[in-house]
Design a protein around this ligand. Structure first.
Ligand SMILES: NC(=O)C1=CN([C@@H]2O[C@H](COP(=O)(O)OP(=O)(O)OC[C@H]3O[C@@H](n4cnc5c(N)ncnc54)[C@H](OP(=O)(O)O)[C@@H]3O)[C@@H](O)[C@H]2O)C=CC1
Ligand SMILES: Nc1nc(=O)c2c([nH]1)NC[C@@H]1CN(c3ccc(C(=O)N[C@@H](CCC(=O)O)C(=O)O)cc3)C=[N+]21
Length: 305
């Protein structure tokens, strides 16, 4: 699997999330071709957030490439919580659908935890339902559906550790961010691999010093390039989950100022210090999509048992 680890021209190696995700998608497509019934994925998008529209489109495209039955429900921003819950209940009852994803964030006025708790746990391919959260924290991962972003990040950590000849077991792992969708499940996955895990957040004292302890540093904050080169232990494995759109240079075809994507880590500085790092774009983002397909396949296989 070391073909996903590439030189950067600087000290650190680059971890190629696009190549790693292509390998996951190829495996999912090959397994799907041997199934009697196609896995079915339903993606629900409420409102017109442009970033959400981009992600939902790439999810639909990946589902088709895997040979899935793929449906998308686009609802107006004025949709009520009761209407959204009714749609989720109809998808729960639909035997052609094995995975349900309700794109976040939801419009104001809709309680997302109420909606997520309506999804049947065995169809919850995001892994956000309390049943799946509980199974993961109890270490019962063979029965859980694990959230796609941390699961994808964990695969990159395992492949990079192997390529670098490092053990995850006993390593110091620091996760910056404690959200339910990234930081907390990432901590559970690293703990399950016997890392010594620290979860840092906005109240953490002397964050640079805490980060510098990490053999494995995971950034999931949502603050562009907050983590600087001198926060990184020399040789560390750095996983940048952040996706931040910032002003770029020049104007686009519509005459609007261009934007570009950056992570939570200052990549150019980190490349002089880290042992290996995931870039943004092209790191964890593509893995999220691939693991969504992998979770949907898993849900479909369990439904067929
Ligand atoms: N690649 C992918 O597929 C995905 C990428 N993302 C990206 O990952 C990033 C994090 O997402 P998400 O977890 O949903 O974000 P949240 O906003 O839910 O959580 C952010 C976390 O960062 C902490 N934090 C905020 N500011 C600081 C600070 N100055 N110092 C230390 N900690 C801080 C917060 O602490 P506190 O709890 O104390 O407020 C919180 O725990 C975002 O950039 C998002 O776009 C998210 C999902 C998927
Ligand atoms: N229910 C739900 N589940 C999610 O998993 C979920 C969600 N809601 N809401 C939003 C976040 C964010 N997210 C990303 C997925 C792919 C990329 C991705 O493919 N990024 C590309 C770049 C894409 C671009 O150019 O914009 C990359 O990093 O290379 C990023 C972010 C999933 N999320």
């Amino acid at each position: 699997m070391s073909e996903i680890i590439k030189p950067s021209g600087k000290k650190a190696l680059l971890i190629d999330g696009k190549a790693a995700s292509a390998a996951v998608l190829a495996r999912v497509a090959a397994e799907t071709a041997n199934l009697a019934h196609k896995p079915g994925l339903a993606v629900v998008l409420v409102g017109e957030d442009p970033a959400s529209q981009v992600y939902v489109k790439s999810k639909g495209k990946a589902a088709k490439e895997c040979g899935f039955h793929s449906v998308q429900h686009d609802l107006p921003a004025t949709t009520t919580q009761a209407q959204l819950i009714a749609l989720v209940e109809s998808l729960n009852a639909d035997p052609a659908i094995h995975g349900i994803l309700v794109q976040l964030p939801l419009p104001k006025g809709i309680d997302s935890s109420k909606v997520l708790e309506t999804i049947a746990p065995e169809k919850d391919v995001d892994g956000f339902h309390p049943v799946n959260v509980g199974l993961l924290s109890a270490g019962l991962t063979e029965r859980a559906l694990v959230p796609c972003t941390p699961a994808g990040a964990m695969l990159l950590i395992q492949q990079a550790a192997k390529a670098l000849g490092r053990d995850i077991s006993g390593a110091e792992a620091v996760i910056v961010g404690r959200s339910n969708i990234v930081g907390k499940p990432m901590a559970q996955l690293l703990l399950a691999q016997n890392a010594t895990v620290t979860v840092a957040h906005s109240r953490t004292k002397d964050l640079p010093a805490v980060a510098r302890r990490a053999d494995i540093l995971v950034a999931a904050v949502g603050r562009p390039e907050m983590i600087r080169g001198d926060w990184i232990k020399p040789g560390a494995l750095v996983i940048d989950v952040g996706i931040n759109r910032v002003p770029g240079e020049g104007l686009n075809a519509q005459g609007q100022p261009k934007t570009r994507l950056v992570g939570d880590v200052a990549l150019q500085e980190a490349l002089d210090v880290a042992g290996a790092i995931t870039p943004v774009p092209g790191g964890v983002g593509p893995m999220t999509i691939a693991l969504l397909m992998s979770n949907t396949l898993q849900a479909a296989k369990r439904a067929a048992l």
